[in-house]
Design a binder for this molecule. Structure first.
Ligand SMILES: Cc1cc2nc3c(=O)[nH]c(=O)nc-3n(C[C@H](O)[C@H](O)[C@H](O)COP(=O)(O)OP(=O)(O)OC[C@H]3O[C@@H](n4cnc5c(N)ncnc54)[C@H](O)[C@@H]3O)c2cc1C
Length: 392
């Protein structure tokens, strides 16, 4: 048998990473293998995230890992991407929790909040003693969040919020929500509010019956005459561009994370093909099986290099939203295709949770849709290429 080469060796990105980036990646990979994977099958079957692990995740520095100060790890964007990649090698739900906490809750508080808000929330969010969620989508406002119906009305030193937010990652377990609403007294300007659990008129019913991201709680946010102190308005927010800036942060992380899911599927299909014999030979000795593995390795390498290049651009402050759309769109589609193909290479047993491929496959359906659907990112890139907006 010829000498084997690992996918890591084929991609050869090690020399392009700093010691800190490699250390963060390796620590996260070890934690996922030792602490998360043993609980994962049961968590997925039960449809519950193992919440007892949250302090350990915080200890790893994954919440707001690329943010500075307030207890955040202050990693480079490449280091942050690698961390998310390792989390999603475990499960997209685990990575989703970290994306929401860092990019959609901590980032807006850091960027649009005042110093009192930062001091009040960020250290607890970094330490995992506070968990947050991000409420933008509504039952009738998905790809078109500007059509949201949630309103905020000033009433003395409070705002009164009314509306329903749908499909909110972690809302059932969150201690606070960053909620977006149209402010009636400001010409329907979209602004962000921090709403703490326990505020009268705030509830978070869970979405039932999910086949995807089962280890990640998803719920609604109901706001009914919900009186929020005016001090909880994020003062720097104004217009749809504010939540979109947060989504750009999160989508960058998704573009990295899904590579981990794809790698897990590739490694699974490779190991299975070397072990499983049919026609008196390992499956991996057949040319059709080999062609699939080569295609997977090629697509993963392409996705990894794209993420790394854009990660370095982001570290230099030069990454633009159109590039993030291209990254999210390409890499999620890549991972989704690989998960489905890996499932097929496993044959019948591939439809069970004895192997991770079908769980990744189902998870990636959500990732394909959330944070801007594949189609919307197609149109966003095309808008940049043509100068013509097909969806506004
Ligand atoms: C598991 C999960 C977790 C989520 N977490 C969050 C969260 O934490 N916070 C949050 O705010 N939201 C969250 N979302 C919501 C998510 O961002 C939306 O589902 C997504 O934006 C799509 O909206 P929609 O589901 O209403 O689909 P729609 O917008 O109704 O789209 C349906 C289909 O039509 C297509 N489509 C729509 N408009 C166009 C167009 N102009 N041209 C071509 N095709 C079009 C879409 O691509 C899609 O295929 C989550 C969703 C899921 C599934």
């Amino acid at each position: 048998m010829a000498l084997r080469m690992t996918l890591d060796a084929l991609m050869a990105i090690e020399p392009l990473l700093s010691d800190e980036e490699r250390a963060a990646r390796d620590a996260t990979r070890a934690w996922v293998n030792e602490r998360f994977r043993p609980q994962l099958t049961e968590a997925h079957r039960q449809g519950e995230f193992p919440k007892a692990l949250i302090p350990e995740l915080a200890e790893l520095g994954v919440f707001g890992a690329n943010l500075q100060g307030y207890g955040c790890a202050g990693m480079s964007n490449v280091g942050y991407g690698l961390v998310l990649q390792e989390l999603e090698r475990g499960d997209s739900g685990l990575r989703s929790m970290c994306s929401v906490q860092g990019a959609l809750v901590m980032f807006p508080i850091l960027t649009f909040g005042n110093e009192a808000q930062r001091q009040r929330y960020l250290p607890g969010l970094a330490a995992g003693t506070l968990m947050g969620c991000f409420g933008l989508t509504e039952p009738t406002a998905g790809s078109d969040p500007g059509s949201m119906k949630t309103t905020a009305r000033k009433d003395g030193d409070h705002y009164i919020l009314d509306g329903i937010k749908a499909w909110i990652t972690d809302s059932p377990i969150a201690d606070l929500a960053v909620v977006w609403a149209k402010v009636e007294d400001e010409g329907q300007l979209i602004r962000g509010f921090i709403v703490e659990r326990g505020t009268p008129g705030f509830s978070t019913p869970e979405v039932e019956g999910k086949f995807s991201l089962r280890a990640s709680p998803t719920g609604e946010i109901h706001l009914t005459d919900c009186r929020v102190p005016a001090a909880n308005l994020l003062p720097g927010t104004g217009g749809l561009k504010s939540p979109l800036l947060c989504l750009t942060q999160a989508r960058f992380g998704i573009g990295w994370g899904v590579i981990g899911a794809a790698q897990d599927c590739f490694e699974t299909a490779l190991a299975y093909g070397l072990e499983r014999r049919q026609f008196n030979r390992p499956l991996a000795s057949f040319q059709l099986y080999q062609a699939e593995l080569t295609e997977m390795a090629t697509q993963i390498t392409n996705a990894q290099l794209l993420a790394l290049h854009y990660g370095r651009l982001k570290d230099q402050g030069r990454l633009v939203p159109e590039q993030v759309s291209l990254l999210k769109r390409n890499n999620v589609r890549m991972a989704r295709d690989i998960a489905r193909n890996a499932r097929a290479l496993l044959g019948g047993i591939g439809i069970t949770d004895a192997y991770p491929a079908i769980r990744h496959m189902m998870n990636l359906e959500s990732v394909y849709t959330y944070e801007g659907t594949h189609e919307i990112h197609t149109l966003a890139v095309a808008r940049a290429l043509t100068g013509i907006a097909a969806f506004e």
